[in-house]
Design a protein around this ligand. Structure first.
Ligand code: NAP
Ligand code: F7E
Length: 405
């Protein structure tokens, strides 16, 4: 990938140019795909890392020397001068500010850093655009969140529901939400908030609960792990698919006037239910028993036909099938989900459910995926990934275990 060598290519002034912060993240990668498919020239900001960190976007890269329309720039939202320089160089038509320390639990451990990136980072972008005199040219999308509703005061939550954030992440995003509106009102900027409820996919980070579950289920199946340890299973979230939600982001910036929109499905799912759905996908039925920290999930039945069809979809080789089926059978009556106190948060958001009426009526936006579709997508993808690891292990390769928490 070519960094920082961007020279404006003359496309005859017809091609729209987008700048995406957080391009290496879940949403950044889907949005890049979407905008490239619409003919945009796409620029992404990537943090320097000691490892390659571009797995989510490698597949959309084409060498710019050979006509590629995707460029990466080193940058960080904590560095005002760097943000300003990139905006000045790229002169985008649209900026999608997706960069964030986006993990709610981590925000309790790193509150100051979270505020610096999620709150001040947004201000840095808005102020750069203003100082560069680009306020009439650039449209800005701010990645706001249902975490603003936090300890929700009404159900479902809409654009008019008062906010009550419950974490440093939520509070930082509250500043970002209001500074976006303030720049719209003070300077007439086309700056919009998308208040997005949880959206997931096979590209979701491994420490968010849905991915932790689908990854854990598939690892148990291949005998790579024995149990998944989680925190509060009572929480309920309105889960959508990230691919649907990036379409909403794009639509928000295509409207005649800047405005703020909730994107949600209107359906809420308990974490416990998500776990059961994930095990169902591979033919294992899980029942929960016990309470609080002693609660656990036990496999009470096994449906080999379901597992066989899943293994088929990941092209499992015949010589591995019997071993995998045996491991799955051995799960019967075993505890596969446990609780670990460290995954509880100092203050929790118990339940979120969004009202996407405004997005449906004004943007024509409609989510296309159900929770079951999402679970299914994520399970298939994690089956493929962990099957690869299983095969390497059976061939005698030593696989390093991730120490991610
Ligand atoms: P994600 O996968 O965690 O991606 C976050 C991105 O921000 C990554 O590319 C990350 O880079 C980058 N980043 C972090 N700190 C940065 C910094 N200091 N400077 C520059 N880049 C930085 O998050 P996501 O799920 O795609 O979410 C995208 C945005 O939507 C975030 O702002 C999130 O808070 C918000 N949001 C997400 C959801 C959801 O359910 N997914 C819902 C509502 C709002 P690295 O790859 O280097 O870490
Ligand atoms: O937690 C509970 C946890 O970390 C969901 C971010 O994208 O969406 C995301 O924030 C729920 C919480 O996402 C574990 O306590 C139980 O109630 O997957 P999560 P989140 O906190 O909802 C919003 C909209 C954003 O804006 C954020 O950027 O699941 N939970 N056990 C757990 N959560 C985690 N991570 N790990 C557990 O072991």
């Amino acid at each position: 990938i070519v960094f920082n060598d961007y020279r404006t290519v003359d496309h005859g002034g017809t091609m729209k140019r987008a700048l995406i912060t957080g391009v290496t993240g879940q949403d950044g990668s889907y949005l890049t795909e979407l905008l490239l498919s619409k003919g945009y020239e796409v620029h992404g900001i990537k943090r320097r890392s000691s490892l390659f960190n571009t797995e989510r976007i490698d597949h959309v890269y084409n060498d710019p020397h050979e006509g590629g329309r995707f460029f990466l720039h080193y940058g960080d939202l904590t560095d005002s001068l760097n943000v300003t320089e990139i905006i000045q160089k790229v002169k985008p038509d649209e900026i999608y500010n997706l960069a964030a320390q986006s993990h709610v639990a981590v925000s309790f451990v790193q509150p100051e850093y979270t505020a610096n990136v999620d709150a001040m980072g947004t201000l840095r972008i808005l102020e750069s655009v203003r100082l560069l005199g680009l306020q009439d040219k650039v449209k800005i999308y701010q990645a706001s969140t249902s975490e603003l509703f936090g300890k929700a005061v009404e159900f479902p939550q809409s654009e008019n529901t008062p906010f009550y954030p419950r974490s440093p992440y939520g509070v930082a995003k509250l500043f970002a939400y209001w500074i976006t509106i303030n720049y719209r009102e003070a300077y007439g900027m086309f700056a919009c908030n998308g208040i997005l409820f949880n959206h997931e996919s096979s590209r979701r980070g491994e420490t968010f609960v849905t991915r932790k579950i689908t990854r854990g289920v598939t690892r148990i199946l291949f005998g790579l792990d024995k149990k998944i340890y989680l925190g509060n299973l009572n929480a309920k979230r309105d889960f959508g698919h990230a691919q649907d939600y990036v379409k909403g982001m794009y639509l928000i910036l295509q409207q005649p006037r800047p405005d703020d929109y909730v994107l949600a499905t209107g359906i809420t799912t308990e974490i416990r239910e998500f776990i059961a759905l994930a095990f169902d996908e591979v033919g294992l039925t899980v029942k929960f028993q016990g309470e609080g920290i002693k609660e656990c999930g036990i496999v009470i039945s096994y449906h080999e036909d379901v597992l066989l069809s899943r293994l088929q979809s990941v092209h499992c080789a015949p010589e591995h099938k019997e071993n995998i089926l045996q491991t799955a059978r051995a799960c019967l009556n075993k505890v596969v989900v446990g609780i670990d106190q460290r995954y509880f948060r100092p203050s929790e958001v118990d339940i979120l459910i969004g009202d996407p009426t405004k997005a449906r009526e004004k943007l024509g936006w409609e989510p296309q995926h159900t929770v079951k579709d999402i679970v299914s997508d994520m399970i298939i993808s994690d089956l493929e990934k962990n099957y690869r690891e299983y095969v390497l292990k059976t061939r005698g390769f030593t696989m390093s275990r991730s120490c991610g928490i």
